[in-house]
Design a protein around this ligand. Sequence first.
Ligand SMILES: [Zn+2]
Length: 319
Amino acid sequence: MYFLCPHCRDELSLNAGGRLVCATCGDSGARQMDEGLIFFDRCQDTHNFFEKQALEQLDRFYQDYDDQRFEDCLGRQELWEMDEANRHVGITKKFWWERYLGKIENKRVLDVGSGVNYIVPYLLRSDNEVVAFDVCAESVRYQRKMLGRLSVPIDRLTSAVADVEQIELSQAFDVVNVNNVLHHVDDKLAALSRLHRCLNDDGKLMIVEPNYYYPPRWIIETDVFDPFNAVKNFFVRNYLIEQGEKAVIFSELASLLAETGFRVDHRMKDENYLSYFTVYWMRERSLLARTFGWCDRVILGNVLPRILAPFEYIVASKV
Ligand SMILES: [Zn+2]
């Protein structure tokens, strides 16, 4: 059991009613549903955002998913060729960490806000032990259903419906992966402090988040033009962004990381300046998508600064 009492960090044990209890505090607010699935009661995605935004589309992407489709998906690493299922949930570059950390295998990995994407199946396929959680119960269930279609060792996965601002986990993880999560979290300080406590002393924290100052995103998210921002209103009305959603200001995140005891080892800008706001209307691997990808890699990626990049990637260690 990786999850600890959220109040005192003592071990939890399973009682006869299926509840996880702490010897000191009593009920932890969590229950074990099935083997490998834990559910924290008070954890609700209050805006119901992910359900509306993504889940109705998941079946379209994954209904005939199998090992062969999964292998094909892993081969599509850059945004211009990205498979629709991963592109749809904001993946712009697969395996970005490998240039810094190499292949992640035979490790204990925590995937925070895991959603449904290539990362957990890939980590399981690479002989890692994985704990993955999300605030959205439906996406946790769907991820397990999708994994059931693949020949990956699902018995090495612990899933949970849980909130990163509230959980405590044992200090057991070699890698903690945070992919497009922090910009939905109100109390980032609490979240990062909790992640710090569950990372091994020589472990690595990997973060990918959208950058607030990427110009097409800034126009959608800024409050400067409220309430007359027609583009923003359209995106909120159609569940393309959450009400009040703000991407990450990386200078602020860097301060929070320092405050919570992390040292930033690497920062990498995402180079998809042009592709990120165009490629969604193009077919994957189309000539135009390939041309825009080339333009980003060869020209814009070399001249435009990090402060304007669509995403930023960070690797951090414990101080
Ligand atoms: Zn306790």
